[in-house]
Design a protein around this ligand. Structure first.
Ligand SMILES: CC/C=C\C/C=C\C/C=C\C/C=C\C/C=C\C/C=C/C(=O)SCCNC(=O)CCNC(=O)[C@H](O)C(C)(C)COP(=O)(O)OP(=O)(O)OC[C@H]1O[C@@H](n2cnc3c(N)ncnc32)[C@H](O)[C@@H]1OP(=O)(O)O
Ligand SMILES: Cc1cc2nc3c(=O)[nH]c(=O)nc-3n(C[C@H](O)[C@H](O)[C@H](O)COP(=O)(O)OP(=O)(O)OC[C@H]3O[C@@H](n4cnc5c(N)ncnc54)[C@H](O)[C@@H]3O)c2cc1C
Length: 643
């Protein structure tokens, strides 16, 4: 199962080796992080990042190994933006000459970059950005300027204190004409003494949610006061500006300017299963250790994992972690394919890839963030302790619902893709993830054939149910949209339904990828059978949760919906014996989990007790402030004692 989770034996070995490297090195200790002040926390992160870079070079780690190393160090920092956004932006949007100049500098970290798109006034609406890049023909330069307070760049990670360069998105202006938003490589700091270059105002935007997690990142603010950069620092794969000031667009579609976001959204989907599996591992192990009620004749109480209600909250999350792992793997292969096509100037699959990355990013991050919080509740009161590992994990993870495309905004992008697909149905056969929309007639006409709970243990029945629900919701939206004279008005009016239809479409993708995975790639019958159980849990849990959709579209009868729920209860009993094996298969080490409740050895209570004594408040019996503020209250003698 560890191999099935990792994707291959080699992938398992690489990640396992890197997990151990990090866990066994005292530099990467992280348990004390929540006790540090912001400055100490930040310096500590800089120290770890520098040491990691040294390890990467000394040990000659591959790109894959380096990614795992950074992952297991488990502290967001400037290198995330450098490797995941700055470098890919140059790779995807730079010309050959630009790549030749900038990539070697970035790949050896002689320069450190960030991705400066969002502003104080605009994040989702990229076309609304206000920073200007005005071409000056006399000097062959662009003048970068922040004309308003709301045009201040706001959020870019690593920008406040570390990055030497940024890809800055700004409105291109030539001779007073606006030519859309483009990316520019801008140097921010001196490579000699790290001071901000003239004309730039740079700073940190302030503390963020949760203490010891995201505050390791220096998210920054940046303002330009007429800063000049050479013309050849505009990323020019998509559009070019000549030294005469002529604006030209190559036959590469404009959407490629958004290519870095497609790449990162794909990574975010791949990472969702890491965060969810971490929370599920903690909650499952603790649910086996924790006992409440049910003691008979002085025997042990019931392990809380044996309560059906606990199973009904925990096991769908376990199944979701596996579903997200597989859909992340699938999305990566889709992305690699589109990347190769884009390099060969084939842009045909870009719209579908954009819809898949946007929609799955929204689906997986929302479910993961909610899932982590559910796992915290599944651990009862102790889940609220920092030492459970869950509050910090939640604080670290929850911004994923907003960054890289706010989730609702992303679902509306999926909706645009679906509406377009439906409106083209007469003359363009949908393919890939939308192929089912080419079979609307049977999907709209045939209803579910399930008659017994057992009938639900059938991948075809499940797939058809999810296809019919999505098709009926999408087509229904299409029909209602057609009644509006102005399609944009209609889209806005129906946006709630469109987001729901997009979710149904994305859930269909996750369910069908899970089923495909079982059909083709699982080594070993035992592993396969166990994963089949999780696949059914995932699908039937979604069906139960969204049964309103399945009933309202008329595909299911109430009886069939209740049979699905009956089957789900049976499936939970099948998951229970393997629950610990399922979570051990994630191969998460104690160092990575950073959780007393999720310890591999289950030695929870003594370690919880021990961890409590490490709190700085327990350094002495009488702490600072008691004499000054508590003793006087105790000693005062008031007449009206009842105040
Ligand atoms: C670096 C992080 C790496 C990994 C994270 C993983 C795990 C976490 C680990 C560590 C975490 C630590 C640190 C990193 C954390 C966070 C970093 C965060 C970075 C950022 O947030 S960067 C800023 C991201 N900003 C956004 O995502 C903005 C969202 N808005 C948009 O994308 C667009 O503006 C929007 C909403 C799509 C609308 O665009 P617009 O108004 O310009 O146009 P249209 O709607 O008219 O669309 C035009 C046309 O283009 C199509 N399209 C839109 N986007 C794309 C795209 N990306 N690719 C391809 N095509 C696209 C759209 O569908 C339309 O097509 P049509 O004309 O209809 O055919
Ligand atoms: C931790 C973190 C790290 C970040 N790192 C970076 C970075 O490195 N570089 C960078 O450039 N940016 C970064 N960002 C910014 C991030 O990309 C934006 O915050 C994100 O894209 C969301 O945009 P917004 O803040 O403008 O949200 P808004 O769009 O203002 O969202 C507010 C609300 O409005 C709703 N809404 C907006 N538009 C619509 C619509 N059309 N229809 C319906 N509802 C709508 C949303 O659903 C949401 O509920 C980061 C953000 C965070 C939280």
């Amino acid at each position: 199962m560890k191999v099935a989770w990792a994707g291959s034996r080699e992938a398992f070995q690489v990640s396992d080796r890197m997990a151990k490297l990090v866990a066994n090195d005292p530099v990467f200790e992280k348990f004390s992080k929540p006790m540090l002040g912001r400055k100490e926390l930040f310096k500590n992160t800089l120290r770890k990042a520098a040491y990691a870079w040294k390890l990467i070079n000394d040990l000659r780690l591959t790109e894959e190994e380096a990614k795992w190393l950074r992952h297991y160090i488990d502290e967001p920092n400037y290198t995330d933006l450098h490797w995941e956004m700055f470098v890919p932006a140059i790779e995807g949007q730079g010309t050959k000459e630009q790549k030749k100049k900038w990539l070697p500098l970035a790949q050896t970290m002689q320069i450190i970059g960030t991705y400066a798109q969002t502003e104080l006034g605009h994040g989702s609406n990229v076309q609304g950005l206000e920073t200007t890049a005005t071409f000056d023909r006399q000097t062959d330069e662009f003048v970068m300027h922040s004309p308003t307070l709301t045009s201040s760049k706001w959020w870019p990670g690593g920008m406040a204190k570390v990055a030497t360069h940024a890809i800055v998105y700004a409105r291109l202006i030539i001779d007073g004409l606006f030519h859309g938003v483009h990316g520019f490589i801008v140097q921010l700091r001196s490579l000699e003494d790290h001071s901000p270059l003239p004309g730039l105002t740079l700073g940190d935007i302030g503390m963020k949610f949760g203490h010891g997690t995201y505050n390791t990142m220096d998210n920054g603010v940046l303002r330009f006061d007429h800063v000049r950069i050479p013309r050849n620092q505009m990323l020019m794969r998509v559009s070019q500006v000549t030294k005469e000031g002529k604006y030209a667009q190559s036959d590469v579609p404009r959407q490629l300017l958004y290519g870095t976001m497609v790449s990162v959204r794909q990574t975010i989907v791949a990472d969702a299963s890491k965060a969810l599996s971490r929370a599920v591992c903690i909650a499952t192990r603790y649910s086996v250790v924790r006992r409440q009620f049910g003691s008979r004749n002085g025997g042990p109480e019931t392990q809380v994992i044996d309560y059906k209600t606990q199973q009904s909250r925990l096991f769908p999350l376990l199944a979701s972690a596996y579903a997200f792992r597989f859909v992340g793997e699938w999305l990566k292969s889709l992305y690699i394919d589109v990347k190769q096509r884009l390099e060969a100037n084939d842009f045909s699959t870009l719209p579908e890839t954009h819809a898949c990355t946007a929609g799955l990013k929204a689906l997986t991050t929302a479910a993961t963030a909610d899932g982590i919080e559910e796992c915290r509740k599944l651990c009862g009161g102790h889940g609220y302790l920092i030492s459970s590992g869950l509050p910090e994990l939640f604080a670290f993870y929850v911004p994923a619902c907003s960054y890289e495309g706010e989730n609702v905004v992303m679902m509306l992008q999926v909706a645009r893709f679906l509406v377009k697909t439906v409106s083209n149905l007469g003359y363009k056969q949908p393919v890939g993830t939308a192929a089912y929309l080419g079979r609307v007639t049977p999907l709209l006409q045939n209803n579910c054939a399930v008659q017994t709970a057992e009938d639900w243990l059938n991948p075809d029945a499940i797939l058809e149910a999810f296809e019919a629900r999505a098709a009926r919701m999408v087509i229904g939206c299409g029909e209602r949209l057609a009644m509006f004279e102005n399609p944009e008005e209609g889209f806005a009016e129906l946006s709630i339904d469109l987001v729901e239809a997009s979710l149904a479409h994305c859930q269909l993708i996750t369910v069908s990828v899970f089923i495909q995975k079982l059909n083709h790639e699982i080594p070993g019958n035992g592993v396969k059978r166990s994963l089949e159980v999780l696949c059914y849990v995932y699908a039937l849990f979604l069906l139960h949760k969204h049964q309103g959709d399945f009933l309202a579209t008329g595909y299911l009868t109430p009886k069939q919906a209740s049979l699905a729920n009956e089957q789900l209860r049976t499936l939970y009993s099948k998951v229970r014996p393997n629950a610990i094996a399922f979570v051990d298969s994630f191969n998460h080490m104690d160092h990575y989990l950073c959780s007393v409740l999720g310890r591999y050895d289950g030695n929870v209570y003594p370690k919880l007790y021990e961890a409590a004594w490490k709190d700085p408040l327990n350094d002495s019996d009488i702490v600072d402030g008691i004499q000054q503020y508590v003793q006087p209250i105790l000693k005062q003698k008031l007449h009206y004692a009842k105040l």
